[in-house]
Structures are given as structure tokens and as C-alpha cells.
Design a protein around this ligand. Structure first.
Ligand code: AMP
Ligand code: MG
Length: 333
């Protein structure tokens, strides 16, 4: 029988017994981190007000930043949200998968109020990762799960990132290996018949465009200094995904006291350390590696003073990578 120390965050390899233990922990109001195809989530029973409060406490997350609720099946969404014919079409097409839908919260919604951060909407997603699916089925409850990192910091794409970021929060981490996509879900809000893109993600604008020609971008592209126009959704802060070290964007040369996050085959020489997101210049590979590379370059004893990042093309999933990097580079509070 596996036992878990309540204070230390604890990694277990995914398997029948550890998934059963994790499901029991969720049912008892505890916290479980688990992989999805996007990043590792910090999960709690989304119907349990205290358990959801524990997510905010563990992450140090501002209470005005709502949570995504993960569901086993798209049909469950109608228990929690008003589902328009358009919403149903989008769910059937993209779920399971890395797309989150923000919908009007049902009056008789049994989810904890805190998942909506006091608002009248709810964000829902059905993840495709088999481990997330098994955990949802075993737990038998919807799972509220933001990324499993301290608020504002780099997202975790491996189990060890969760333990490094939240070492003493008594979290059971199910280790399912590195996340395939490596970037958070694309978020769309349905506002009547209006469709708004709140966060670019691994489902690209192009992939959405065919099905959702009326989609309105709610985000200005960030400037080279990482500054953004104010955003409509709570929690979409300018500074986010931030390493401890400063980040310099669009670097075409590098200083000897900088690390370099490179992209593509033509890499400037002279950095204290270089990691390449994709030697061949493939954006999907770069998305998959982005957060792991930032975690690696942000080592506490790093012998450099900043992370310089080469330009990333503004196309396809490159838009989501640029969004994350712009926030990583943004002025911090
Ligand atoms: P993460 O914390 O990485 O899981 O990110 C979740 C994102 O979803 C945050 O940017 C939230 O602000 C956003 N989100 C969750 N629920 C809602 C909602 N009801 N309305 C708008 N944005 C939401
Ligand atoms: Mg996050």
C-alpha cells in the first residue's frame, strides 16, 4: 500500500495503484498534480469549495483569476454551463483536446463558486491525455486544474517541475512523462453568438479559423519589450510564465554574460550557455520544449545574468510561443 507524506510534494509513477490513490485523494478534498497534453495541472474536486480554495493557496494565485474545470466527457458540460448550438459544435469538434471554452455558468451549477472567481462564466475542457482521462473516470468528479506552478512562474511540463516549484504543499504528483504539446490550451469565450480568442495556444488560429470564421482576437501582440495592451479576462496578466532571471526578446546577438534560448539553425555564438528550441526551426518542437528549456536555463546558480531569446516567427503555434515569451519578459510587479 502506498502512503503519502502530507507536507512534501511527492512524485509517483503513473500506474493502477497510484491513479487509484490519486482519485481517492481528490475525493477526500486533496490536491493531485497530473499531466495533460498541454502542461501539468494542479487538480482538486471542482465541486468542493475547500479543495478549490486549497489550489489558490498552494499556488499563491490571486482570487480574481478563475480556474479551468476538466471534464471526462463533453456531454457533462451541460451540467455546469449554458450550451448554445455553436458551443456544442465546437465541443464535438475539438474535444478531447487542448481547447478551453468559457461559457455562461448555469444558475444551478454544482461547481464551487471559486472556480469562476466570483464571475458568471465557467471555463471547461475535456483533456485528451489518457492519464488525465483515467483519473477523471476514477475520481468521478470534475477536476479544477490550473497549471501546477507558483502563480506567475514558468508552467510545468514534467513532474519534477511541479516538485521544484511547489515542494512543500503536500501534493501527490502523478508522473506521466513530459507533456506532448507543452503549451497551455487555447481559450475561447462564447459571448452570445460572439466568439473571442482569450489565449492563443496549441490549437492555432488557422485550425480554429475554418470552423470559427467570426473569431475575434482579444489580444494585441506584445511589443518587443514584452508590454501588452490591457486584457479583458481576469488573470491574463502582462507578467506571467516568468523565470527568476530577466528575459530579453528578439535577440540577434548575445552577450557573454547571457544564456541564449535559440531557435533555428543560425545561432549567434558567445553565450554563456545555449539551448535550442528547434535546430530545424519547427514551431511544434519549439512549443514542446519551451517551458523545459526555460526551467533549465533558470537554474538558481546560473553563471549569467539574463536569458536572451531569438526571434520566433509570428505564425501558427509561434503566436502562442510569442505570447508566453512576451509575458515572461514583461515588467514584473
Ligand atoms: P492556468 O492557470 O494556466 O490554467 O490558466 C487558466 C487561464 O484560464 C487563466 O488565464 C484564467 O484567467 C483563464 N480562465 C479560467 N476561467 C475563466 C473564465 N471563467 N473566464 C475567463 N478566463 C478564464
Ligand atoms: Mg498557468
Amino acid at each position: 500500500m502506498l502512503t503519502v507524506n502530507q507536507a512534501s510534494t511527492y512524485i509517483l509513477p503513473a500506474g493502477h495503484e497510484s491513479i487509484r490513490l490519486a482519485a481517492a485523494r481528490l475525493q477526500a478534498g486533496g490536491l493531485v498534480a497530473f499531466p495533460t497534453e498541454t502542461v501539468y495541472g494542479l487538480g482538486a474536486d471542482a465541486t468542493n469549495e475547500d479543495a478549490v480554495a486549497a489550489i489558490y493557496a498552494a499556488k499563491g494565485r490571486p482570487s480574481n483569476n478563475p480556474l479551468i474545470v476538466h471534464l471526462a466527457r463533453w456531454e457533462d458540460a451541460a451540467l455546469y454551463a449554458e450550451i448554445s448550438p455553436m458551443a456544442e459544435r465546437v465541443m464535438r469538434h475539438f474535444w478531447p483536446g487542448p481547447l478551453t471554452l468559457v461559457l455562461p455558468r448555469r444558475a444551478a451549477c454544482p461547481l464551487a463558486r471559486a472556480v469562476s472567481a466570483g464571475g458568471d462564466s465557467v471555463a471547461l475542457r475535456v483533456p485528451a491525455h489518457p492519464l488525465a482521462q483515467t483519473l477523471l473516470a476514477e475520481a468521478g468528479c470534475p477536476i479544477a486544474a490550473p497549471s501546477a506552478n507558483p502563480s506567475g512562474r514558468i508552467s510545468p511540463t514534467q513532474a519534477v517541475h511541479v516538485r521544484q516549484g511547489l515542494p512543500d504543499k503536500g501534493i501527490l504528483v502523478l508522473d506521466g512523462g513530459p507533456c506532448a504539446e507543452g503549451l497551455e490550451s487555447t481559450i475561447i469565450r462564447l459571448h452570445g453568438e460572439r466568439l473571442e480568442l482569450l489565449r492563443p495556444g496549441s490549437i492555432t488560429r488557422e485550425a480554429l479559423g475554418d470552423m470559427l470564421p467570426g473569431l475575434v482576437e482579444m489580444q494585441a501582440e506584445a511589443g518587443a519589450d514584452g508590454t501588452h495592451a490591457p486584457l479583458p479576462a481576469p488573470g491574463m496578466m502582462a507578467s506571467h510564465y516568468a523565470p527568476r532571471l530577466p528575459v530579453r526578446l528578439n535577440a540577434t546577438h548575445v552577450e557573454p554574460d547571457e544564456a541564449l534560448l535559440a531557435f533555428g539553425p543560425d545561432v549567434p555564438a558567445g553565450a554563456a550557455r545555449t539551448l535550442n528550441l528547434s535546430e530545424s526551426g519547427e514551431l511544434a518542437e519549439a512549443a514542446h520544449r519551451l517551458f523545459s528549456a526555460l526551467h533549465a536555463l533558470d537554474a538558481p546558480d546560473a553563471p549569467y545574468r539574463a536569458i536572451a531569446v531569438m526571434p520566433i516567427p509570428a505564425e501558427g503555434v509561434g503566436l502562442a510561443i510569442r505570447d508566453r515569451l512576451a509575458r515572461a519578459a514583461a515588467p514584473r510587479d
